[in-house]
Design a protein around this ligand. Structure first.
Ligand SMILES: Cc1ncc(COP(=O)(O)O)c(C=O)c1O
Length: 375
């Protein structure tokens, strides 16, 4: 039997994120308050009248319609509302693959997919995003990894932890690789909308190929992680199959979360939330970038194109897990070690929190790394 592999990064975060003084391990922006979303007395009134029943198990129809409208050609029946993108990834993989099946994923990546695949007895092959080329994907490696046995290619775009956004040509190359062998594409697109350098939302894989399952949530680009609302948009024949797994997993997200999510995805509110996220990402990165620049020879980074995280390389003779342990114990700051992405000598640092908090947390990191640098 396969030895269970925990999700290292989430395990570390759930253990420490609420006990440290400065949590810079999150990948999203500082969340909205409920009052920022429910900002009219009439809305408060309507929400207070909600019966706390189960919602429709695959998501309230109005919510699914709003989600479907974001994916050209999709209908509400092709949308399954889940408890975060975490559940969407879980049920999607469970639906499409079984023990012994082969899949290909990009690295570095949010390692939920890798751990789920490992624990389910799948055979996982990888292709890299190349730091020396600004985190561009190695498409030759992808071509070699995909064989007639490949059932699925898992993509995270924009990417966690690098913030890299695939170009249209790179997306086409991934589609071509999948199409060549008839593989599914699982596209985790939770950072679409959290662009730092462009005001154009990162396009979905949806619509580029008929075997795409497009996953997203309100946790990152919308600043609402506590709602625990995610979704997967599926080809027509597949939505029911994924829903059958959802019934075994969570049955449904909550009624209140479904209602609040419907509110968040009204067209004007949706745009307001995305603009807020982009403003946070831009302001936070300016601060982080200035801080990195004061550590010449110790830190460098390929500037992320999206998300509130930077994957920072450090030039110090200490392993990333050991460095993160010291930061937590000695400085009460939590960041994610590169080890959790299979790339030592990196730290994933969040720049999503408010400026004063971020500045103070970075100040604590500065104390330890300059100490280490001076031997
Ligand atoms: C790429 C990616 N996918 C999925 C998730 C899970 O998100 P959710 O809060 O929607 O479950 C995360 C969380 O960090 C993530 O980074």
């Amino acid at each position: 039997m396969i030895k269970f592999q925990p999700f290292e990064m989430e395990a570390m975060m759930s253990q420490w994120e609420n006990t440290v003084q400065y949590n810079l391990s999150e990948s999203g922006v500082h969340p909205l308050r409920l009052a920022d979303l429910v900002d009219e007395p009439e809305l408060v009134h309507q929400l207070l009248a909600t019966e706390l029943n189960y919602p429709q198990a695959n998501g309230l129809i109005e919510l699914r319609e709003r989600i479907a409208s974001l994916y050209p050609g999709a209908t509400a029946d092709q949308v399954l509302v889940t408890v975060g993108a975490a559940e969407a990834n879980f049920v999607t993989l469970q639906t499409l693959l079984a023990a012994g099946d082969e899949m290909v994923m990009m690295l570095p990546n949010y390692m939920q997919i890798w751990g789920l695949a490992y624990n389910a007895g799948l055979c996982v092959k990888t292709f890299n995003l190349d730091e020396a080329c600004g985190w561009k994907p190695d498409l030759e490696q992808l071509r070699q990894a995909v064989t007639n046995r490949t059932k699925l290619i898992a993509i995270c775009n924009p990417n966690n932890p690098t913030g890299y956004i695939l170009s249209a040509a790179e997306m086409d190359a991934i589609v071509a690789a999948a199409d060549r062998v008839g593989a599914w594409i699982l596209a985790d697109e939770v950072y679409s909308g959290a662009e730092r350098m462009a005001d154009v939302q990162t396009p979905s894989f949806w619509g580029r190929y008929d075997k795409v399952l497009a996953i997203n949530s309100l946790s990152k680009a919308y600043g609402l992680p506590g709602l625990r609302i995610g979704w997967v948009v599926c080809p027509a024949g597949t939505a029911g199959e994924v829903w059958r797994r959802h019934e075994y997993t969570t049955i449904s997200a909550t009624m209140l979360a479904n209602k609040l999510a419907t509110l968040a995805l009204t067209p004007t509110t949706r745009i307001r939330l995305i603009q807020r996220t982009r403003a946070c990402v831009r302001q936070g990165y300016a601060l982080l970038d200035a801080w990195i620049n004061t550590h010449d020879g110790i830190l460098d980074v390929v500037p992320p194109q999206a998300a509130a995280i930077a994957f920072v390389r450090y030039h110090l003779p200490i392993n990333s897990t050991a460095l993160v342990e010291r930061l937590r114990k000695e400085k009460s700051v939590l960041v994610v070690p590169g080890d959790h992405f299979g790339l030592d000598h990196h730290l994933r640092i969040s720049f999503g929190p408010p400026s004063a908090y971020l500045q103070a947390g970075l100040g604590r990191i500065h104390e330890l790394i300059t100490n280490l640098a001076s031997g």
